[in-house]
Design a protein around this ligand. Structure first.
Ligand SMILES: *Cc1c(COP(=O)(O)O)cnc(C)c1O
Length: 398
């Protein structure tokens, strides 16, 4: 490889380090859980996984994966339309569609692919797509790949969304799709889907949501943000992941009316040109939906843990973004303080991560804590104590 090219790459990497933007990966040697072991052998309380329902290492899920391995093999070595569609894949599509309240669903290797392959097959240059300015990177990329005219509204700002809807109509858009994260991952903000549905209806627009931080636990029976906001069954397109609350392995889906899913199977490039989901993931994901449809115990425990932790960490003197989502942003504001707090907490046995610019706006650095149903008070109480101690030491907690 040319030395000039390598020198260029090293300069880029040095630039990232110099700007404090370099991401290092911490090595874990255990399954995902309430606690994990780091490479140095220490056991720490894990407060930064998307393991909302504690299903990443749940015995019933692991057993279902083993069973699917035994009955359906390890891999399919095929895309879906050649010889990569098993009964398990069809069953999971039907089950996830029903769970989120849609007619049909299509599986992808990841939600990133579900979003990446969503817009281009459905919308042409006569159409419009309107998105929240803080939407996930995969939505932004998916929209870039389609020819529709684009509008962006200010984050969670319904008046600005209405402006975009009116402008798209004035420009003569044939079809208009409004698309938003159901829950925004940095703040735990819950999209105002009831207001959005009403606005979209008034302007004849379609409404789509990305439910990666919602499916399985938002709403009274965990169906998602639409259930939480009272518009279950009224969302036109839903994308989501199996890589967070629903077992946390990998895989994504798009759920919608039959015609939408049928056209995606014909035209969606990440679906057509990428390998089918591992059978063990399909089998285990079905077991996850069995668990969630049989009982709301896990989402109820998650809600209880969230309410406890939000109260306790506020009482310990920390400033948090208010809300009810298991994402609890603990505001530190200063980027280096956020990193110091995360390091000190790790020494004290609590694994959390600091987020700072450009992931969040400048001066808005934070520790993003995520609750899980796998946590008990015996994890959360010492975690709050450690926060209180580290916060005092660093002059962060009031
Ligand atoms: C995590 C996430 C994704 C990507 O999900 P994967 O299945 O891991 O690709 C997409 N959208 C949002 C909002 C996410 O949080």
């Amino acid at each position: 490889m040319s030395t000039a090219f390598l020198a260029h790459l090293r300069a880029e990497l040095d630039g990232l380090r110099g700007a404090g933007l370099y991401k290092s990966e911490r090595v874990i040697t255990t399954p995902q859980g309430a606690t994990v072991k780091t490479a140095d052998g220490r056991e720490v309380i894990n407060l930064c996984a998307n393991n909302y329902l504690g299903l990443s290492s749940h015995p019933a899920v692991i057993e279902a994966a083993h069973e699917a391995l035994r009955t359906h093999g390890y891999g399919m070595s095929s895309v879906r339309f050649i010889c990569g569609t098993q009964d398990l894949h069809k069953a999971l599509e039907a089950r996830i569609a029903r769970f989120v309240g849609c007619e049909d669903a299509i599986l992808y290797a990841a939600a990133f692919d579900a979003n990446g392959g969503l817009f281009e097959p459905l919308l042409g240059e006569q159409d419009a797509v309107i998105s929240d300015e803080l939407n996930h990177a995969s939505i932004i990329d998916g929209i870039r790949l389609c020819k529709a005219q684009r509008w962006r509204y200010r984050h969670n700002d319904m008046a600005d969304l209405e402006r975009c809807l009116a402008e798209a109509k004035a420009q003569g858009a044939r079809f208009t799709l409004v698309f938003t994260d159901g829950v925004f991952s940095m703040d735990g903000t819950i999209a105002q889907l009831d207001a959005m549905r009403a606005l979209c209806d008034r302007h004849g627009a379609l409404l789509g949501i990305d439910e990666c931080h919602a499916t399985g636990f938002m709403g009274a029976t965990g169906r998602g943000t639409h259930e939480h906001r009272g518009v279950f069954g009224k969302i036109d397109i839903i994308t989501g992941t199996f890589g967070k609350a629903l077992g946390g392995a990998s895989g994504g889906f798009t759920a919608a009316r039959r015609e939408v899913v049928e056209l995606l199977r014909q035209r969606s490039r990440p679906y057509l040109f990428s390998n089918t989901l591992m059978p063990a993931i399909a089998g285990a994901s079905i077991a996850v939906l069995d668990l969630l449809e049989a009982s709301t115990a896990l989402r109820d425990k998650l809600a209880d843990n969230t309410a406890y932790f939000r109260g306790a960490i506020s009482r310990a003197g920390f400033d948090i973004k208010p809300g009810e989502h298991p994402i609890v942003p603990i505001m530190v504001y200063d980027a280096s303080k956020a990193q110091q707090l995360a390091s000190r907490l790790l020494e004290l046995g609590v694994y959390v991560v600091g987020f700072f610019f450009p992931v969040v706006p400048k001066g808005q650095a934070r520790i993003r804590v995520q609750m899980s149903a796998v946590h008990d008070r015996r994890h959360l109480e010492p975690a709050v104590k450690a926060f209180a101690q580290a916060g005092r030491e660093l002059g962060i907690a009031k």
